[in-house]
Ligand binder design. Structure first.
Ligand code: ADP
Ligand code: MG
Length: 396
């Protein structure tokens, strides 16, 4: 599955279309988190430094009506990008048309242009999101080479990724795309062993595909978070008022049977009488009484998981161990992060938006080998699915 990258292609003097993932949070015209812009810098700088004319674009949020455009322009992104690369970045407030075409025709080698939010094309018939072939062809016609660096949308078949690539223009991966595929792909398909998967988060239903795929690939799967209680119920354990998906109990039973001792469930929980940080907490081993809900894994589970993690050579983590947003229920996630941080010579990967946010807010983001920038895309890679955006990149 080796894909061509930006390093495999001549850029000098070429018009290089770069699909980045600039889908950043914007409030009152200001970017509140520029992580995604920073993640795109290596590719942008490389293209510019190698004499390519970098034509950048991305989606930002969802745009269905004219009103939705408010606050969804890429203008603030272009401005922030200019600060980060310390050079002039030209913003073109169009997704197509003369102004854009003229700006591209007048570009010098190494120059950087950003054009408007690709989803502005969704107002009139969802052309971007439904991969309208005319739109993909039009964008492809603006450049000589297509660099797809938008891992975060690789699980979607849109005009700005799959559409452009399908027009026949040479299509290569950017560095972020390459890094994501390398780390997540290798962890799942050819991991150093033992490979331990840690799966948590709120719902079993969000993670069925991941659990099913990793049952085949991992040496152990540690379960935490809200999904714990659907598995408990499948084992006939009392769960009090904990979150449960009744319609997934049978599935949980079959997963437990299939996985055998590969699947490790929490042995204790931190509970409370309501979903709140302001009421007293209790700790229960196994069953949870009526009136209490499990909101984090307990200390014995942290100890057990840490012990299993000690020998790990690959760790894939998706889904927090508890409601980490509330301090009373963050200890399980912190404990697991600490166990991962202590590993020597292991490849440790976070795939999952909230897990990445948890590691960041709890201060562990530097302790992982790789934190995926793509929530949905990383989840689908963990499920073993083929991502259309990735499949459309030329093979080496
Ligand atoms: P990710 O985005 O990393 O894939 P998820 O979206 O699946 O993670 O789950 C994250 C959410 O799960 C968090 O907001 C967290 O509060 C919630 N969660 C974790 N444990 C529990 C629990 N025991 N009960 C309810 N919600 C939980
Ligand atoms: Mg999430």
């Amino acid at each position: 599955m080796a894909k061509k990258t930006v390093e495999d292609i001549e850029l000098e003097g070429k018009k290089v279309l770069v699909r980045a993932d600039f889908n950043v949070p914007v409030a009152d015209g200001a970017i509140t988190d520029d992580t995604r812009i920073k993640a795109a810098l290596p590719t942008i700088k490389y293209v510019s430094q190698h004499g390519g004319k970098a034509i950048l674009f991305s989606h930002l949020g969802r745009v269905k009506t004219e009103e939705d455009k408010e606050g969804k322009s890429l203008a603030p992104v272009a401005k922030r990008l200019g600060e980060l690369v310390e050079r002039n970045v030209t913003f073109i407030p169009q997704t197509r048309g003369k102004e854009l075409e003229d700006a591209i025709a007048n570009m010098q080698d190494g120059e950087i242009v950003v054009f408007e939010n690709t989803r502005f094309e969704d107002i009139d018939g969802k052309k971007e999101s439904k991969n309208d072939p005319e739109l993909g062809k039009y964008w492809a016609s603006l450049g000589d080479i297509f660099v797809n660096d938008a891992f975060g949308t690789a699980h979607r078949s849109h005009a700005s990724n799959v559409g452009i690539a399908s027009s026949g223009i040479p299509t290569v991966a950017g560095f972020l795309m390459e890094k994501e595929i390398k780390f997540i792909g290798e962890a799942v398909e050819s991991p150093k062993r033992p490979m331990i998967a840690i799966l948590g988060g709120a719902k079993v239903s969000d993670k069925i595909g991941v659990i099913e795929n990793l049952i085949e690939k991992a040496d152990k799967i540690l379960i935490g978070g809200g999904m714990t209680y659907t598995f408990y119920k499948a084992n006939g354990e009392d769960i009090g008022n904990s979150m449960v998906e009744e319609d997934k109990v049978e599935l949980a039973k079959s997963l437990i049977e299939k996985a055998g001792d590969k699947l490790v469930l929490p042995v204790d929980s931190i509970t409370a009488s309501e979903f709140s940080n302001d009421v007293a907490t209790q700790t229960y081993e196994g069953a949870i009484p009526e009136g209490q809900m499990g909101l984090d894994i307990g200390p014995k589970t942290v100890e057990k998981f840490s012990d299993i993690l000690k020998d790990a050579k690959t760790v894939v983590w998706n889904g927090p161990m508890g409601v980490f947003e509330m301090s009373n229920f963050a200890k399980g996630t912190i404990g697991v992060c600490e166990a991962i941080a202590n590993l020597q010579g292991a490849t440790t990967i976070i795939g999952g938006g909230d897990s990445a946010a948890a590691a960041e807010s709890l201060g562990f983001s530097d302790d992982f080998t790789h934190i995926s920038t793509g929530g949905g895309a990383s989840l689908e890679l963990l499920e073993g699915k083929t991502l259309p955006g990735l499949a459309a990149i030329n093979d080496k």
